[in-house]
Design a protein around this ligand. Structure first.
Ligand SMILES: Nc1ncnc2c1ncn2[C@@H]1O[C@H](COP(=O)(O)OP(=O)(O)OP(=O)(O)O)[C@@H](O)[C@H]1O
Ligand SMILES: [Zn+2]
Length: 735
């Protein structure tokens, strides 16, 4: 910089803005606004950052940087012609970043996942027959002319496909003057959902809840309702009324789902109620659909959006309602990148936007249950099933007394019930939350166990894929013919069951029955998953064998029997939420039984029928479960009576990770409202070659734990080299 430019006032404009860039940075950067460019907070802009041009959002106008820096600032290069991010969304980004300690830029990034193309839609080419046939008329050319004989405009690629020719044949006809190329008009926007399209008749039990839903949506102010209805009570139909009311008010609704891959049935039900399908938002959208949907959401033409957790961060033009379906579901917690809980952040968004939110579940999280008990959330209850169906009857099968045969996992009693169900032409569901064939493979001769080389985990035998697979890093290897340790041949045995092994057993027990395994690792695409689920719903499967994928939200009309193969599975680890999870998962999966006809029955194969969770399940005693769990959390000051955060320290070698974790803990600011536990080696001590230590931070309920952590980490040693520190506020996983 030369002397003159420092003293003379710059010729360029002196306006400046602070922009936030969607990368892993927390702070904003100042840029100059070129003359003639009008910018306000929320505008999307292109800015030079280092050697690149990047997308950014104006976070604050009239920024006030050091005036001496002014001449070193670069200019905003362009303003994008899209809707600006509203103040409401920018506040959410700031709030989430502040709460989770995630970099603001990374939170912003979730708002900007609109795919590559932001410009206008590329026009598609159309062709029309206008002139005479060419002199040289090949059979291919004749077919094209036939297809276009109506002299209307056809899509070029469709016409080529219909005539069975390449695009080159069409281009040839264009050169001859036989056809013209004209742009196809863009497809008309899909019709808007119609709130009056297919409204059902509600039962007297449902009517009260429906009225409450409509009132909350009509009020349109911040209000949290817990729609607490047993499985099969019609929660979806009921919250659709809040959506209908929101459509009538001309505002947008967002319905969050834990597992968007499984929502085929949901989309159909939505169409039955509103005449069209809602707009979808999830990771499997093509870039073009993503760009189109993002634009429809930000312009306001999308009236209802159903999406996975990331849909919470979209730039709705005028959001009027949020519904969080299956609000208790763990899948709402994101555990990489920004660690956030979409249900909790949805409540924050509703609060900032001053709109109502409905949390729906048959098995509310302990947090939401406590909020309803304390009157912070309005409870809207549906205590019985729709259509007079009974809740399933639940029984324990005590595995200490009723053992399956050696190497088998289905007890004789459960097998007998399955046989009876098949004879009644009803479906059975075997539930086991374990993917693959067997969780462990060992050598009978020397005892060698197959473990992942870079994770602290056994390799899981996957027979469909014919490989041993690590569920933590994805490493896999073929099952070797001999033990790599002692070279014994044919000595390898599978230990324990996975769903694939259960299918083998079910097929051996009932050779005539049609079986199907549903497990996330076997899904090749959302479409195949949806078609498999409709095959089940149509009754073309007798025995369904599945992981937690089958527990969520499905309606299988012919399913009356659910067998939980290992009810104790989720209780054995030291997870403070183990009891809650087990209660929720088993209620949900057994809740698939007896929804439309006949009586549903659930069998719990367990070694501990006297465990409080099993007892509450068997007695269908929801009160007993929540009372004892709430009491326990209150005594131990676990959430929601206290707050938790985890620090996860990992490094390529054990001493670095442990050393850093120890140093960090010694620097924790003293505060009598905070307890720092650890560091301790993580239960999953090594993942992908990284050694992991955990620190658990517990505080009183009203305490600003995020602020405490921020101050602490600012004092802490810097993370250098491959050392990584992750902060997880309100952790759901303790592994
Ligand atoms: N008023 C109604 N009229 C017609 N059908 C209804 C009505 N209420 C509910 N149903 C039907 O009852 C079935 C169960 O409803 P729904 O799936 O909404 O229950 P749910 O409470 O969400 O259950 P879960 O928690 O198990 O997912 C569905 O097939 C639904 O279409
Ligand atoms: Zn691994």
């Amino acid at each position: 910089m030369d002397h003159a430019s420092r003293t003379a006032p710059p010729a360029a404009s002196t306006r400046m803005v602070d922009v936030l860039v969607p990368v892993a940075l927390d702070q904003t950067y100042s840029y100059r606004v070129p003359r003639g460019m009008e910018l306000k907070a929320g505008d999307l802009v292109g800015v030079p950052l280092g050697p690149r041009e990047v997308l950014a959002v104006v976070w604050a106008e009239n920024a006030n940087p050091d005036p001496r820096l002014h001449n070193r600032l670069k200019d905003v290069s362009e303003k994008l012609e899209v809707q600006p991010l509203k103040g409401e969304l920018r506040s959410l980004v700031d709030w989430v970043a502040n709460y989770t300690l995630g970099p603001r830029g990374m939170v912003l990034r979730m708002c900007l996942r609109m795919g590559e193309n932001l410009g206008p839609e590329r026009l598609r080419a159309g062709v029309r027959l206008v002139g005479d046939p060419p002199r040289r008329l090949t059979p291919a050319r004749r077919r094209v002319i036939e297809v276009l004989s109506d002299r209307l405009l056809h899509g070029k690629s469709e016409a080529a496909k219909e005539a069975g020719v390449s695009a080159g044949v069409i281009d040839g006809l264009v050169d001859e003057g036989t056809l013209t190329i004209e742009p196809l008009p863009p497809p008309p926007p899909p019709p808007a959902p119609d709130p009056a399209y297919g409204q059902p008749d509600f039962t007297p039990v449902q009517r009260g809840a429906v009225d409450a839903m409509r009132a909350l949506a009509a009020n349109g102010t911040f209000h949290v309702a817990l729609l607490d209805g047993v499985t099969g009570s019609g929660k979806t139909e009921v919250y659709f009324e809040a959506v209908a009311e929101t459509i009538r008010r001309g505002k947008q609704s967002l319905i969050l789902m834990p597992e968007i891959a499984l929502t085929g049935q949901f989309l159909d039900r939505f169409a039955q109620r509103f005449g069209v399908r809602p707009l979808e938002w999830h990771s499997e959208l093509t870039p073009r659909t993503r760009a189109r949907n993002w634009a429809a959401i930000s312009e306001g033409s999308a009236s209802v959006v159903v999406g996975a957790r990331s849909a919470l961060f979209l730039p709705y033009a005028d959001l009027g309602l949020i519904v969080v379906d299956e609000e208790h579901d763990q899948a709402y917690k994101q555990d990489d990148g920004v660690h956030y809980h979409a249900r909790d952040m949805a409540v924050v968004r509703a609060h900032i936007a001053k709109i109502p939110i409905v949390l729906a579940s048959a098995t509310p999280s302990v947090e939401s249950e406590v909020n309803a008990r304390k009157g912070r959330y309005q409870r809207i209850a549906l205590p019985s099933r729709f259509g007079g169906q009974h809740m399933p009857h639940i029984e324990a099968i005590d595995l200490r007394r009723e053992q399956p045969a050696r190497g088998r996992f289905i007890s004789p009693r459960l097998a007998g019930e399955m046989k009876a169900a098949i004879e009644r032409r009803e479906q059975s569901l075997l539930f086991l939350n374990r993917r693959g064939y067997a969780p462990l493979t060992l050598c009978r001769a020397c005892g060698h166990r197959f473990a992942c080389t870079i994770c602290d985990a056994w390799l899981v035998d996957h027979r469909f894929r014919q490989r041993l697979v690590c569920h933590h890093c994805g490493f896999s290897m073929p099952r070797p013919p001999a033990c790599p340790h002692c070279a014994a041949e044919e000595s390898l045995v599978a230990v324990g069951p996975g769903v694939e092994r259960l299918q083998e057993e079910a097929a051996a027990l009932f050779p005539e029955a049609r079986t199907m395994v549903l497990s996330s690792d076997l899904i090749t695409s959302i479409e195949t998953m949806r078609s498999e689920l409709s095959e089940i719903a149509e009754g073309r499967v007798d025995i369904i064998i599945g992981t937690q994928l089958v527990a969520k939200g499905h309606n299988f009309p012919r399913l009356n029997l659910v067998g939980v193969v290992d009810a104790d599975l989720g209780l054995s680890n030291g997870d403070p939420r183990a009891a809650e999870r087990t209660w929720q998962l088993l209620n949900q999966v057994i809740g698939r039984a007896g929804r439309e006809q006949g009586r549903g029955v659930g069998y719990l194969q367990t070694h501990q029928p006297e465990h409080p969770v099993m007892k509450a399940l068997i007695a269908c005693d929801r009160e007993a479960f929540y009372a004892s769990e709430i009491d326990l959390r209150e005594r131990t000051l676990y959430p929601p009576f206290g707050r938790l955060a985890s620090l996860i320290i990992s490094a390529g070698d054990r001493p670095s990770a442990e050393g850093f974790a120890r140093r960090l803990v010694t620097l924790a600011p003293r505060d009598e409202r905070v307890v720092v536990l650890g560091p301790a080696e993580a239960p999953l001590a090594v993942i992908k070659g990284r050694y992991r230590f955990r620190v658990l931070v517990k505080s009183a309920r009203g305490f600003d734990l995020s602020d405490y952590l921020r101050n602490w980490l600012a004092l802490g040693p810097k993370t250098k080299g491959n050392l990584k520190l992750e902060v997880d506020v309100d952790p759901q996983s303790f592994l």
